[in-house]
Design a protein around this ligand. Structure first.
Ligand code: FE
Length: 247
């Protein structure tokens, strides 16, 4: 069942946490809806595509899908691209480093003119006049990696940063104790292995602290809600030794 993270008369953020079944890694998909127009974040692959497409129509008409955002180009992020391009008129936002790789998920020619490359410094995109921030998160974990900050809900959609490995129902919940969470749900092991270096973590934390973030919502597992929990997570992440620090 979809989880509504934020809702007011013209704005909604929705998480889909339970669509992956079987062998695939648990993954969350998201929709931001503003004045009836939508954007999908990290929609995933064929494992979830049919159900995701059916469920988003409870929140906005697929013909009003303006953007599909891919934090990077992994299979659990954007391998359903062919179907989305066929069924909607959405533009696809992805790092310039990955733009030329996406056509490999698609039938020949179908992605032509539909891909928008995000420059290294990020950008603001307008969803019905609402400016959403596309924030650089390079090397967390891929070269050319971005996150989305929504200034209305104050949610940071943090891609793989903050990811944990839990059952679908737990993914819909929020973390109560950050140190317990990072120790027990694969968070330490995942970040040590997949994140590139402490320098990247530190720069990202510095940038996130300059924003008014109420809720960090990753693409795998549970989320970090409330200023105190957000800060506890940032404090852990800025001191993490990972990737080439440990090589
Ligand atoms: Fe990934």
């Amino acid at each position: 069942m979809a989880v509504v993270l934020y809702e007011d008369s013209e704005h909604k953020c929705v998480a889909f946490t339970d669509l992956v079944e079987g062998e695939g890694v648990q993954a969350n998909q998201f929709a931001i809806v503003h004045q009836g127009h939508g954007m999908l974040l990290d929609p995933g692959g064929n494992l979830v595509y049919k159900q995701l497409f059916a469920q988003i129509s409870d929140y906005f008409a697929p013909s009003n899908m303006q953007y599909v955002f891919a934090s990077h180009a992994d299979p659990d992020i954007i391998s359903c691209l062919n179907g989305l391009l066929l069924m909607t008129d959405a533009k696809v936002l992805i790092a310039q480093e990955w733009e030329r790789f996406l056509p490999h998920f698609c039938q020949k020619g179908i992605s032509a003119g539909r891909l928008v490359s995000i420059p290294a410094q990020g950008l603001n995109i307008s969803l019905q006049g609402l400016e959403l921030k596309v924030l650089p998160a390079h090397y967390l974990h891929t070269v050319g990696n971005f996150h989305i900050y929504d200034p209305i809900s104050k949610i940071l959609f943090s891609g793989d940063v903050g990811a944990s490995f839990v059952d679908n129902d737990v993914a819909a919940t929020t973390v109560t104790n950050v140190s317990e969470h990072v120790n027990n749900h694969g968070v330490i092991e995942f970040h040590q292995r997949y994140m590139t270096s402490n320098k990247a973590c530190k720069l990202w934390v510095q940038m996130i602290r300059s924003l008014d973030v109420e809720w960090i919502v990753p693409q795998h597992g549970s989320s970090y809600k409330g200023k105190e929990t957000v800060e506890a997570f940032l404090g852990w992440f800025e001191n993490l030794q990972c990737g080439i620090d440990l090589l």
